[in-house]
Ligand binder design. Structure first.
Ligand SMILES: [Zn+2]
Length: 263
């Protein structure tokens, strides 16, 4: 018996176990990327308040609604952590995005500063330590409503959650840079870079994740702009452009392809 004869039944067995060669329609369709949008605060947690009474929780929900539209128009799937005035515990937000299989997580907030002239957008990604003083105080304000981690008794669960975002920090930084660049253009700001701070809402995200402090609600001029639909749309388009630039530069060719076919 020659080795060639022995091989024939072996090869047919391999073929038996394989899936059909012809791809179905789903394999031919471009892969759609899913973006998780998180409007900060909600319910009793109002977030920061403008001097004319605008609440962060309401303004960020409006931004997320615009961003949802803009991302869908650009060919992305979108899921939101909250679609109305409900508070979602911070620890649950990344978990919802993980369960939905999202490719990116973007949390939308508004900044507040004692200096009323402070303006523009700041994009953050997670720092596993405290970060610098200013960044740490921004994170402390945003983390205020977090409460304790559910199942805080489980050390293993805690470590796993921390590790989730740790694996994506480089990508999160690239995403932050891409979005910041577009927001700087929108705001006519040249030099503002991205920042790192220990935001609870980003920690459990098993995907690139950023938090956008979209504008300063403490600045009366920016508070006024946040009530203007045209400005919200510009903000949404700028963030969408940043997301697209991020994927265009991503190493994964499948992802790059998905974006180019969605144009
Ligand atoms: Zn906030």
């Amino acid at each position: 018996m020659t080795p060639r004869i022995l091989l024939i039944p072996f090869i047919s067995l391999l073929a038996w176990g394989q899936s059909p060669k012809t791809p179905g329609p789903s394999a031919l369709a471009p892969q759609r990327l899913k973006i998780a949008l998180d409007a900060g605060h909600g319910g009793d947690d109002t977030g920061a308040k403008g001097s004319k009474g605008l609440l962060e929780k309401d303004a960020v929900l409006s931004i997320v609604q615009e961003l949802n539209k803009s991302l869908e128009e650009a060919g992305f799937d979108v899921m939101v952590t909250r679609a109305d005035d409900t508070f979602i515990p911070l620890w649950d937000r990344a978990r919802m995005a993980n369960e939905a299989g999202a490719d990116l997580f973007i949390s939308i907030h508004l900044n507040a500063a004692r200096a009323r002239a402070a303006k523009g957008s700041e994009v953050y990604f997670l720092s596993l330590d405290r970060g610098d003083e200013d960044a740490a105080s921004v994170a402390a304000v945003e983390n205020a409503g977090a409460g304790s981690r559910p199942g805080a008794d489980s050390v293993v669960a805690g470590i796993l959650e921390d590790m989730a975002q740790k694996a994506y920090l480089q990508d999160s930084e690239r995403l932050a840079v891409a979005v910041q660049l577009q927001l700087n253009r929108l705001g006519g700001i040249k030099e503002r870079g991205v920042k790192q701070a220990p935001f609870v809402v980003l920690r459990g995200a098993a995907m690139p994740a950023v938090l956008v402090e979209s504008a300063f609600i403490s600045n009366p001029k920016e508070e006024l702009k946040l009530k203007d639909a045209a400005f919200l749309k510009k903000l949404a388009v700028a963030i969408t452009q940043g997301v697209r630039r991020y994927f265009a530069g991503a190493a994964g060719t499948a992802r790059r392809k998905a974006i180019s076919t969605s144009r």
